[in-house]
Design a protein around this ligand. Structure first.
Ligand SMILES: C[S@@+](CC[C@H](N)C(=O)[O-])C[C@H]1O[C@@H](n2cnc3c(N)ncnc32)[C@H](O)[C@@H]1O
Length: 304
């Protein structure tokens, strides 16, 4: 947790940061709600659950749903029947609602904190999320609350959580990208970004230092799952080569005005990332320990 920040301060910073970020979030992260997005999220969920074929989940609850990258794509792919999206940022949930309407998906949203879910006991088949656990100041209370709303035998699945070592490794391409960015911008004929790109408010950069409260080791995530009373706790690692490549490119792109980044570069960055994801999946993830990867995936079951 950021030095001296209380849980309430982290909560308020997350609301403000994500309300501001909602405006450019999908563009910044290249979020897609078509076949590409669906294949990404179903692949991640399969990996998290360790199931080659995904079952159908009747009622699914997402924690920290943001603009809907994970849950909308899962609902659109038919993996989840009734989709309930929660978040503490109403700005994010408004964007999610807009996308759900465009996709003609019937969904429910609730603006609430992960530690206080306004749902009855045992009312969901799966509770899931992407890139959210590391924002939760009281992870133990949040996991206990998720367990409360899960039916016996129901699943939790969380993807995209930063690993402690992966976070430190990512600093290398980030710094290298930043260092060579003037030469890269000259090559791309791109002008320097106003306020860090994507027209981010200057306040966002300050809040960003408060909103991330954890980077996990696989052992710590496993222990948190057990402490909350879950069975069959499973932690896997995902993305090494892809994340190093992705962070170098992201560091370069963040220094330029988004509209100046040439299409050809965007296509190279995207296809390179997808190709390296395949290398990670086929060669590195089956062989290396979870701890070296950038992302950790957690799944577990509520006791039967
Ligand atoms: C990095 S974003 C990820 C959004 C989305 N899951 C995705 O992958 O694009 C983290 C989300 O978690 C939400 N969040 C942060 N703290 C939270 C809390 N205490 N309870 C519920 N949601 C929270 C934020 O508002 C934000 O939308």
């Amino acid at each position: 947790m950021a030095a001296h920040a209380t849980s309430d301060e982290v909560h308020d910073a997350n609301v403000r940061y994500h309300d501001l970020a909602a405006v450019h979030y999908d563009a910044k992260w290249g979020i897609d709600y078509g076949a590409r997005g669906q294949s990404q999220v179903t692949g991640k969920l399969r990996k998290a659950l360790g199931e080659p074929l995904l079952p159908h989940f009747g009622r699914g609850l997402e924690i920290g749903a943001g603009t809907g990258y994970f849950g909308l794509n899962l609902a659109h792919a038919g993996v989840i029947g009734e989709y309930v999206a929660t978040d503490i940022s109403s700005g994010m949930l408004d964007k999610l609602g807009d996308s759900a309407r465009r996709l003609e998906l019937d969904i429910h949203t609730a603006c609430c904190d992960a530690t206080r879910l306004p749902f009855s006991d045992g009312s969901f088949d799966i509770v899931f999320g992407h890139a959210v656990l590391h924002h939760l100041p009281d992870l133990d209370a949040s996991l206990a609350e998720m367990r409360r709303v899960l039916r016996p035998g129901g699943a939790i699945a969380f993807c995209g959580e930063p690993s402690h070592l992966g976070d430190r490794l990512a600093e290398i391409p980030k710094r290298a990208g930043y260092k060579i960015s003037p030469a890269w911008r000259a090559l791309m004929r791109a002008s320097p970004a106003v306020h860090g790109g994507y027209h981010e408010a200057p306040e966002e950069a300050l809040l960003e230092q408060v909103v991330d409260v954890h980077a996990f080791t696989p052992g710590a995530l496993t222990a948190a799952g057990h402490a909350a009373g879950f069975d069959r706790v499973r932690v896997r690692g995902e993305e090494l080569a892809a994340s190093l490549f992705g962070w170098a490119n992201r560091a370069l792109e963040a220094t330029a005005e988004p509209s100046d980044v040439p299409r050809l570069w965007q296509s190279y960055a995207y296809h390179g990332y997808i190709a390296l994801q395949a290398v990670d999946r086929a060669l590195l993830e089956p062989r290396l320990p979870a701890t070296v990867f950038y992302n950790l995936l957690l799944s577990a079951r509520a006791p039967d």
